[in-house]
Design a protein around this ligand. Structure first.
Ligand SMILES: Cc1cc2nc3c(=O)[nH]c(=O)nc-3n(C[C@H](O)[C@H](O)[C@H](O)COP(=O)(O)OP(=O)(O)OC[C@H]3O[C@@H](n4cnc5c(N)ncnc54)[C@H](O)[C@@H]3O)c2cc1C
Length: 427
């Protein structure tokens, strides 16, 4: 038997585990995927709200999400996306990138940006040029706020443009966020090809985008998807792995759980102590989504609207899930999490009304807080590789070594990379 065709067990059915499974199954490798929850999707999944399908949290993708878009293409679900040229609208500020070739799109976009003075525009253009000159590689990592300060970015520009981009992308407050990862995000979005900066929004629940279609894809190819099947620990026995819990033996294993679960899974594998130590230093950042159900759709000028500067919520119209549905999403930790849910809802309704005008009757609302939504993306993080010192064992997930913060694209890239490592292995 070709060694590359030996079966693979995958632990975790988030987007990393699913991307890995789809890539392997597509190449004819038999896969068994174990997911502890009753459904697939992990941190990007469907949630039922009295018969209305919601996302566990509002997500946003970019045109630069190449591997995610390739996965959706393979699964036949790109028709569930809406793609628009980047447009950031927050009170007192509007940046719209025109459909011009890069870098003209950014230059013209900045020049025409509403709400910025000429000095602010010049400072933004100068900052982007300095980063381009060093190919977006910093000699040393530091907090994003220090980088912006060193480059004399005016407070107004930071509040309206840089802070919202950094907090939304890295899910980490500006004074803690890695400047290097922030630069990676700017490189692949604002400074990338024209289409890379496109906003890509799901116009169906996240479950339909990847988890449902991936499950059907895997089953059709003879792979197995085991739901409500928690793997407790990994053990090594005679050149193979035992997955304690389902008690299955597998010659090759991809671990793709939330990184916080890895130390328990790996407690009997001493060779993995470096990765476990790295992950033990991580801290986590939350994301709050407030779902609002109105009697009819509020008047959105664009599907995504900022309701303030820095860490204020972003509002998304989600009529595609149910007419009159709106998601308000707030990234990272902050004082909002200490407020009673009812008070926060009233405060955010006020912000929304200030942006879109009088609101229709509110029928219902629901807050979802994902406490460990992402790792805190701080400077100089040690992130483990996909390949491990243990032959046949691989790690997949948004936290593995890579350029991106914890994102769908980071997760999918990681899963695909694991699959390619496995497929390239001859022994
Ligand atoms: C509210 C919210 C909003 C977000 N917004 C964005 C956004 O706008 N754009 C963006 O790109 N990213 C966003 N993200 C981040 C993105 O969702 C994650 O980076 C990505 O989903 C992580 O995927 P993953 O497969 O690496 O991990 P996970 O999704 O955590 O998947 C791990 C899976 O493993 C399972 N599992 C864990 N332990 C075991 C075990 N012992 N046995 C079996 N199964 C196990 C879990 O149940 C889970 O299904 C957001 C995240 C959240 C929570």
């Amino acid at each position: 038997m070709d060694a590359r065709m030996k079966p693979v067990a995958i632990v975790g059915g988030g987007w990393a585990g699913l991307a890995c499974a789809v890539e392997l199954a597509n190449a004819g490798v038999p896969v068994t995927l174990f997911e502890s929850a009753k459904q697939l999707g992990g941190r990007a999944r469907r949630v039922d709200w009295n018969g209305i399908p919601l996302d566990n949290g509002q997500h946003l993708m970019l045109g630069a999400y190449r591997e995610t878009l390739r996965l959706l293409d393979r699964l036949g679900t790109t028709n569930l996306l809406e793609r628009r040229p980047l447009e950031l609208i927050v009170p007192g500020f509007r940046l719209r990138l025109p459909r011009l070739p890069a870098p003209l799109n950014l230059a013209v976009g900045l020049l025409l940006a509403e709400g910025l003075g000429f000095k602010d525009k010049l400072a933004a253009a100068r900052f982007m040029n300095i980063l381009k000159d060093c190919a977006f590689r910093l000699s040393a990592d530091e907090p994003a706020s220090s980088l912006l300060q060193r480059h004399h970015q005016p407070a107004m520009l930071v509040d309206k443009l840089w802070a919202p981009i950094c907090i939304a992308a890295l899910n980490t407050p500006l004074d803690q966020a890695s400047a290097q990862v922030f630069c990676n995000v700017l490189r692949d979005s604002l400074a990338g090809e024209r289409a890379d900066s496109d906003l890509v929004m799901n116009r169906a629940d996240l479950g339909r985008l990847v988890p449902d279609a991936a499950q059907a894809f895997l089953v059709q190819r003879g792979s197995q998807v085991c739901l409500a099947s928690k793997v407790e620990r990994l053990e090594r026995r005679a050149g193979a792995f035992i997955l304690a819990g389902p008690n299955i033996e597998a010659p090759r294993v991809v671990l793709a759980p939330h990184p916080a679960r890895l130390p328990d899974l790996l407690m009997d594998i001493p060779e993995m102590s470096t990765a476990v130590r790295q992950i033990s230093t991580y801290t986590w950042q939350p994301i709050l989504t407030l779902w609002l159900r109105f009697s009819s759709p509020p008047a959105f000028s664009f599907p995504m609207l900022g309701l303030g500067g820095s860490q204020a919520p972003w509002a998304f119209e989600r009529n595609n899930l149910s007419p009159g549905l709106v998601a308000l999403v707030v990234s990272a930790e902050g004082p909002h999490l200490a407020k009673p849910a009812e008070e926060l809802k009233d405060e955010y309704l006020g912000l929304l009304a200030a942006r879109v005008g009088p609101l229709p009757t509110l029928l219902d609302w629901k807050t979802i807080v994902e406490k460990r939504a992402t790792f805190a993306c701080v400077p100089r993080m040690a992130r483990p590789d996909n390949a491990t010192p243990v032959p046949g064992l691989y790690l997949a997930g948004d936290y593995t070594a890579g350029d991106y913060p914890a994102t769908l694209e980071g997760a999918v890239r990681s899963g695909v990379k694991c699959a390619r490592l496995i497929l390239d292995k001859k022994t």
